[in-house]
Design a binder for this molecule. Sequence first.
Ligand code: ADP
Length: 347
Amino acid sequence: PVTERKMTDRNAAAGPVQKSSSSKNHADPPPAFVPEPEDGGERYSIGAFLGKGGFAVCYEGTLARNGKVFAMKVVKSQMPQKKMEEKVSATDPPGHGRSHTLTLFEFRTELQIHSKMRHPFIVQFYRAFAFEKSTYVVLELCPNGSVMDMVKKRRSLTLPEVRRFMIQLCAAVKYLHKRFVAHRDLKMGNLFLDHNMNIKVGDFGLAAMILSDKDAKRRNTLCGTPNYIAPEILDKSKGGHTQKVDIWSLGVIFFAMLTGYPPFQSKTQEEIYKKVRTLTYVWPKDSDHSNFIPEEAKDLVSACLNLVDEERPDPDDIVEHPFFNMYDGCIPRQLDPACRFNKPIWL
Ligand code: ADP
C-alpha cells in the first residue's frame, strides 16, 4: 500500500511516526460550539469529522451568522490566547522565537508561515485561536479529499488530469519559493481538493523559510515523508538543503499520479533511502499498465528527480515542458468531482 508517513530528526531513531501527538488528543470529542473570538456572540458549530493527522483532528465548522463552512483543525496545545495572537501576527521569519515545548515550536512555525500565504492553490488560512485548552485553526474547507485518496481509488490518473494538477501545483510552489518558503512535505496526501477539484496545498507543519546559503546550511534536519524525501536531506554531509527539495517531491508526485505508486516505494525505510540515493526507479511496462505513459512525462520526472539539486527545474521550467503541449496540450478547464472515483471520459 502507498504510505505517506512523516519523519523528523527527533523521531528518526524510533522509526516512522508522525508529528508529536498523544492518541488521547484524538479521543476527546470536540465541543458542539466554539466561540469566534473576534466577533462577540458569533460562534462556529462543529460538524462532520473530516480527518486526522499525526497532530490534529479536523472537523467542519459553520459560522452561525452566514452559514459559511470552514475546516477547523483542532490541536490540543494549551497555548495561551495571547501567545497564539503573537504567533499569527509576528512578522519575523519563523523559527527564532521561544516556546515551551518542541511541539509548540513546530506548530508556531506552521502557523506563522501558513498565515502569511494567500494563493488560489494554497489552503487559505483564516485564523487561529485558543479555546478550552485546544488551538483551533480555521481553514478553507476542501470537501473533496486529497489527491492521495483519489489516486488510491482510481489507481492512476489520466494525462489531462495530471497536467491540470501539475500546473496548479507548480503555481503554488512558485508562489512559496518566491517568498523563500520551502514546504518540505509535498506529497499527494497534502494536496487537498476544493469543491471545484482545484489543488490546495496544505499542511505547513514542516515548512521553513530559507533565505540564504547560510540558512540552507543550517537546514539539515531530516524531515519529510520517506517516499518523497530528497537525497540531499538524507545526506547531511552535503551541507543542508534548499527549496529545491520541493521540486524533487514534485517529481515523486508526478510519477505517482501517473503510475499509482511512488517511484522509490519499498518495504522498509532503509530500502527506500537506498533507492533514493542511487536514483533507482522503474516505470511500469506499457503492457502492465492501463494508462499509456509518454516519453515526455518520463523526461519531466527525470528532470525533477535529479540528484544534483541546482539542476532541477524551477516551477516555470516545468510548465514549459513539452509534456504540457502534447496532444494539443489538452488541459481540462473543469473537473467533475465524480472523477475522484471514476476515470473521466474526455469528449
Ligand atoms: P497534521 O498537521 O496533523 O498532519 P493535516 O493538516 O494533515 O494534520 O490534517 C489532518 C486531516 O484533516 C487531513 O488528512 C484531512 O483529512 C483533514 N483536513 C485538513 N485540512 C483540511 C481542509 N482544509 N479541508 C478538509 N479537510 C482537511
